[in-house]
Design a binder for this molecule. Sequence first.
Ligand code: NDP
Length: 450
Amino acid sequence: MTYIHQTITDLKQSSPAQCEFYQAVEEVLESLEPLLETSKRYQKHAIIQRIVEPERQIMFRVPWVDDNGNVQVNKGYRVEFNSALGPYKGGLRFHPSVNASIIKFLGFEQIFKNALTGLPIGGGKGGANFDPKGRSDNEIMRFCQSYMNELYRHIGPTTDVPAGDIGVGAREIGYMFGQYKRLTGRYEGVLTGKSLLWGGSLARKEATGYGTVYFAQYMLEAQGSSLKGKKCLVSGAGNVAIYAIEKLLELGATPVSCSDSRGTIFHEQGIDLELIKDIKEVRRLSLEEYMRVHSDAIYTPSGEYPEDGHAVWRFNADAAFPCATQNELTGEDAQVLLANGCTLVSEGANMPSSQAAVEAFIKAQIAYGPGKAANAGGVATSQLEMSQNASMRNWTFEEVDEQLKAIMKNIFTAASNAAQEYGQPNNLVLGANIAGFKRVAEAMIEQGVV
Ligand code: NDP
């Protein structure tokens, strides 16, 4: 049994029933094989065994009272995975599917993503198995306050700085910030993704979606091509998807789809961005609402492809931008995309492609930007928000956007150079994992066995 397989076997015993976490670890460790074979120093310092074990995992009860006076109880998490490069940084997810495995996979990915940005941030993630759907504003507030009643003792502007993720946007960050301030009496940059009125950064809301599209642009530029005129499939209809669609439109591409947990919209002439913003950001409704205005679009309810796939990947397109959730693009979906002529995939979501799908993209040698590289624009801009908070300055939208572009370019270059160095120039999964890992591993060695 190889060193890597032994590590995964041990992990399965010490952390049982965490499938998504094993999937993320296996993907990273397998692509590190060429590096680990040539350099024994990582083994000598037990970097692999240390890096797969979070520095700290916090799990707690989140009790709250709903509008009918009933007591509800949820489970809250914060996994502080690795602080070799800086304070723990990573979002909070509120979704019924949240469990220790999902938070650990996200936190693990976050370590390498944050390292790739070149910024001083460590990796962490948190959330709760709370379902915000159908909850009133007051219920959301009470839940956020109760969640912060425990979380506040573990976070701080130089120790752990959470942000948003699925189910956590500016409204939830606002309620949590308010409660943190009340509990501690301190007004400080302890959360990112804040409102522009009180410490937020311009372009943070747009950053993940824009960054994913910039990453795609850099992959295409390296091939002497561009996004202009390309037909693009986008999944999701949340923060990441909406701003990926916005940037695609700005760059002259045609985004033709989006999706939510209930169904998929395909609109051949191009997604109506303002309508999507109104449905999702303002009215918080299902995408089915889109059909009331555009009866020429196609709506496919979820579950139409129960065998092994999703409607959104079944349409012809040049490029795909998965921006919804993990494992939303299966091996079967990947085969259909490739057969339909798709030559680029840039991941806005975290681990949206299953392992079979990733293998298919790499084998087909298409331009494939894995999430930890392609969606790092969000966390990078969160760090820019921390910098602005610490220096008490506010940068313009253009200043932040320019820095975001430069960071995405650096990430692409770092991943691409590492892929070339290890003899697989098209394999940005390998390139991103090796480039991110090296930075964290070297810092861990220099900081001793802690
Ligand atoms: P949001 O909650 O804003 O949006 C998520 C969207 O995905 C919603 O439209 C949701 O539908 C949809 N969705 C969820 N599950 C499914 C499903 N099974 N099938 C189809 N659609 C689904 O989250 P974000 O946009 O912030 O996050 C999306 C992804 O991007 C996540 O993987 C997140 O971890 C990742 N990410 C986010 C960053 C950020 O800055 N926000 C940074 C880096 C990565 P519905 O509206 O019905 O719930």
